[in-house]
Design a protein around this ligand. Structure first.
Ligand code: GLN
Length: 502
C-alpha cells in the first residue's frame, strides 16, 4: 500500500475522487505520522485527532452522497495557531492565550470546513508571529526536518515543518514580513503570501494589521494554488478584503506546465534583494542557476536597482512594532486568556503582572519599540518617516512592474541556521528579513519555491508580482518547479532525510 502521507494534496484528492482511499484513512495516516515523528519535530502545539476523524467521516459521507464535492474535500490540513478555531485551543504561540478556546472560526477556517478539509491540529509559531525561527514560541521551538538542530524558519516554522515532515499534506500560515515564505525556503517547501486583501483576515490574530496576510504552505506550487482557491475571495467582515474577481489559481498552476509557459517572460532582479554581504555563496549560486533555467526557457533577465529597498527593513521594524503595540494592548487580563492576580493588587497591578508574566521577551521588545515610535514628539520622526518610506517602496515597485512581469530574489539570504545561534542578536535576525519584507510593505503577492540545496540544506527562490496578479505567480512558479524537478530527477521535498519513527 502506498504511504498516504507521501502524496501531495492534489494526488490525495485524486485518489479520494477515484474511490481508492478514504478521508478517514488519509487522516489517520497523518495522525499516525504525527505520533511517530512529532516528538522529534514539534511542529504541532495541538493535535485534534478526534475532531479531524469526525470531519473526515463527514467528508467521506458527503462524497458518497454527492460527487460534486470541493476539489480538496477529504484532504487533511494543519493550521497555524494564530488562526482561531472554534472550541479548539488557539494560543498564537503565547502563554498569554494558553488554554483559550475561541468561540468562533476564522474566515479561512470556515472555508476549510465548507470544503470538507479535516483539521489535524494547530502548528507552532513564534509568539504572536514575531520572529524568524519559531524560537520565540512560549511552548518550545520546532526543529527543521532537514536537520533537527536547525531552525525551521519563522514565524510559521510549525506549518512548514509539518508539511516537510509529511505530518500534513498542506497547511495554512500567516505572512507579515515573510512568515510563510522564509519557513518554506529553509524547509524545502512552497509558501505564498497573497495580495494584501486577497484572503480575509477575519479571525487571524492580529500582529501588524496593515501587513498581515494568510497564505498557503505546501510541498508543491499546485497544492498551494488549490488551497488558495479555497481560502481566497471577498469577506465583508474584513474591511480590507478585496471584491476582485479572482481567477482559478489551480488553473494558473496547470498552465505553468505548458511548454512555453515562461517564454517571453520579463524577469527583474532587484540587486538590493539578491547581493551583498548577508547572502551566502550557496544561495547566490542556486539563485543564478535558477535564473539560467528561466533564461533557457525563453525568459529575459534584467538586474535593476530599487534604491528605496535599502530602507525597507528599517521602515518595517518601525511600522510593524507600532501596530504590534496597539494590537497587543487587548491582552489586558480582562478580555482574553491569562490573568495574574497578586494579593491585594488593584486593576492596574493585575494588568501589569499579567502582561509581565504572559508575554515573552520578543513581544515585550516590540511593544516597547512600537510604543516609543508612536509617542508624542517622536511620532513624526519615526512612524511618519517610515510611512513615507513605505510609500516610496510602493512607488519603486510600481515603476519596476512597468518594465518587467515579475521580480525575483532568493527568499532568504541564508540556509537554516542552528537553533539558538541568533537568539542573543535580534538585529541579526531582523536584517535577514530583507528579502521578504518589501512584498509586505507594498502589499504585493509573493511565492517561494525550492531552488536546491546549499551545504545540504534547502534554499528558496521567490517570485513577486503586481497586486492582484497572484495567478501569474502560480503559473511561473509551476513552470520553474517543473523545470527544476526535471533536472533533479525528483522533487526536493522527496530528498529530505528520513526521520526516525518512534
Ligand atoms: N521575521 C519577521 C518578523 O519577525 C516576520 C514576521 C511575520 O511574517 N509574521 O517580524
Amino acid at each position: 500500500m502506498t504511504d498516504l502521507t507521501k502524496l501531495t494534496a492534489a494526488e490525495l484528492a485524486q485518489r479520494l475522487s477515484a474511490g481508492e482511499t478514504t478521508s478517514v484513512e488519509a487522516t489517520q495516516a497523518h495522525l499516525d505520522r504525527i505520533t511517530a515523528v512529532d516528538g522529534a519535530v514539534h511542529a504541532y502545539l495541538t493535535v485534534d485527532a478526534e475532531g479531524a476523524l469526525q470531519q473526515a467521516e463527514a467528508a467521506d459521507a458527503a462524497r458518497a452522497a454527492d460527487d460534486a464535492v470541493a476539489p480538496l474535500a477529504g484532504v487533511p490540513i494543519a493550521v497555524k495557531d494564530n488562526l482561531v478555531t472554534r472550541g479548539l485551543e488557539t494560543t498564537a504561540g503565547s502563554r498569554m492565550l494558553e488554554g483559550w478556546k475561541p468561540p468562533y472560526d476564522a474566515h479561512v477556517i470556515e472555508r476549510l470546513r465548507a470544503a470538507g478539509m479535516p483539521i489535524l491540529g494547530k502548528t507552532n509559531m513564534d509568539e504572536f508571529a514575531m520572529g524568524s525561527s519559531t524560537e520565540t514560541s512560549g511552548f518550545g521551538a520546532t526543529n527543521n526536518p532537514w536537520g533537527l538542530d536547525r531552525i525551521p524558519g519563522g514565524s510559521g516554522g510549525g506549518s512548514a515543518a509539518a508539511v516537510a515532515a509529511f505530518e500534513a499534506p498542506i497547511a495554512l500560515g500567516t505572512d507579515t514580513g515573510g512568515s510563510v515564505r522564509q519557513p518554506a525556503s529553509v524547509t524545502g517547501t512552497v509558501g505564498v503570501k497573497p495580495t494584501y486583501g486577497g484572503v480575509s483576515r477575519y479571525g487571524a490574530i492580529a500582529m501588524a494589521s496593515s501587513l498581515d496576510q494568510i497564505g498557503p504552505a505546501a510541498r508543491t506550487v499546485l497544492d498551494a494554488a488549490l488551497l488558495h482557491d479555497v481560502i481566497g475571495g471577498h469577506d465583508v467582515r474584513d474591511q480590507t478584503s478585496m471584491t476582485h474577481d479572482w481567477p482559478s489559481f489551480a488553473a494558473a498552476a496547470k498552465a505553468g506546465l505548458e511548454p512555453d509557459a515562461v517564454a517571453g517572460l520579463r524577469v527583474g532582479v532587484p540587486r538590493q534583494l539578491a547581493e551583498g554581504e548577508g547572502f551566502e555563496a550557496g544561495v547566490r549560486e542556486r539563485f543564478q542557476e535558477a535564473l539560467d533555467v528561466l533564461t533557457a526557457r525563453g525568459a529575459t533577465i534584467t538586474w535593476i536597482d530599487l534604491d528605496t529597498l535599502d530602507y525597507a527593513v528599517a521602515a518595517y521594524y518601525l511600522l510593524m512594532p507600532a501596530e504590534v503595540s496597539s494590537n497587543l494592548a487587548r491582552y489586558d487580563s480582562v478580555r482574553y486568556g491569562l490573568r495574574v492576580t497578586p494579593e491585594g493588587a488593584n486593576v492596574e497591578q493585575v494588568m501589569s503582572a499579567t502582561r509581565a508574566a504572559g508575554f515573552g521577551d520578543e513581544a515585550k521588545r516590540r511593544i516597547l519599540l512600537g510604543t516609543y515610535a508612536l509617542s508624542s514628539g517622536y511620532y513624526d520622526a519615526y512612524y511618519g518617516s517610515a510611512q513615507k518610506v513605505r510609500t516610496l517602496v510602493q512607488g519603486d515597485f510600481d515603476r519596476a512592474f512597468g518594465e518587467v512581469d515579475v521580480l525575483v530574489a532568493p527568499t532568504s539570504p541564508t540556509v537554516a541556521w542552528k537553533l539558538g545561534e541568533r537568539l542573543d542578536d535580534p538585529t541579526a535576525m531582523y536584517v535577514a528579513d530583507i528579502t521578504t519584507i518589501p512584498a509586505n510593505l507594498a502589499g504585493i503577492p509573493a511565492l517561494s519555491l525550492p531552488m536546491g540545496l546549499s551545504e545540504g540544506l534547502p534554499v528558496g527562490f521567490q517570485f513577486m508580482a503586481p497586486a492582484r496578479e497572484d495567478a501569474r505567480l502560480y503559473k511561473v512558479g509551476a513552470a520553474l518547479e517543473a523545470a527544476l524537478n526535471e533536472q533533479w530527477g525528483s522533487p526536493l521535498y522527496a530528498q529530505a532525510p528520513e526521520l526516525k519513527e518512534a
